[in-house]
Design a protein around this ligand. Structure first.
Ligand SMILES: [Zn+2]
Ligand SMILES: [Zn+2]
Length: 157
């Protein structure tokens, strides 16, 4: 399976490192990677944030293959969360916001996490990149690696 990566123009620099980590961790190749700008009807002026659900729906309508990732620079929220780093739909796609991520390593880690969801993984309590993180600190503390249980679920060697 191949992943299509979209990015807002101001995130172009993250494309290559994200491609590299996803290939390294999941052996996942990408295709048709291209810029895609945000849609204004996903913007919530009361919160000064974008609605992750609307952006994800738009991504799923726009993608040309089976699965896609969209790297964006604006802050996103969903339902009753103040913010989210990313938002995913199993076997379809994910939106990744770099807005609150302060290092390239963290952006790569959250990309691995979101694409884990796209590949069908849920949250995990092991020492695993699929740990749920509710804060920047938690995101920093979880490991980059996919644990053995999750590797088996997605049939990674
Ligand atoms: Zn998650
Ligand atoms: Zn795991």
């Amino acid at each position: 399976m191949e992943l299509q990566i979209f990015y807002t123009k101001n995130c172009k620099g993250f494309l290559k490192p994200v491609q590299e980590i996803l290939e390294g961790v999941y052996g996942l190749k990408t295709f048709g990677n291209k810029p895609l700008e945000l849609i204004e009807n996903a913007y919530n002026p009361k919160r000064n944030q974008y609605d992750a659900t609307s952006l994800l729906d738009y991504l799923i309508r726009t993608k040309e293959g089976k699965i896609a990732l969209w790297i964006i620079n604006n802050d996103i929220y969903c339902e009753d969360m103040n913010f989210v780093f990313g938002y995913a739909a199993f076997h379809h796609g994910a939106v990744l916001s770099v807005f609150r991520l302060d290092s390239l390593e963290l952006i790569q880690k959250e990309a691995v996490h979101e694409v884990g969801h796209v590949l069908g993984l849920g949250h995990c309590d092991n020492e695993c990149v699929m740990q749920f993180s509710n804060s920047l600190q938690e995101a920093k503390e979880k490991p980059m690696k996919v644990c053995e249980k999750c590797r088996k679920l997605i049939k990674l060697e």
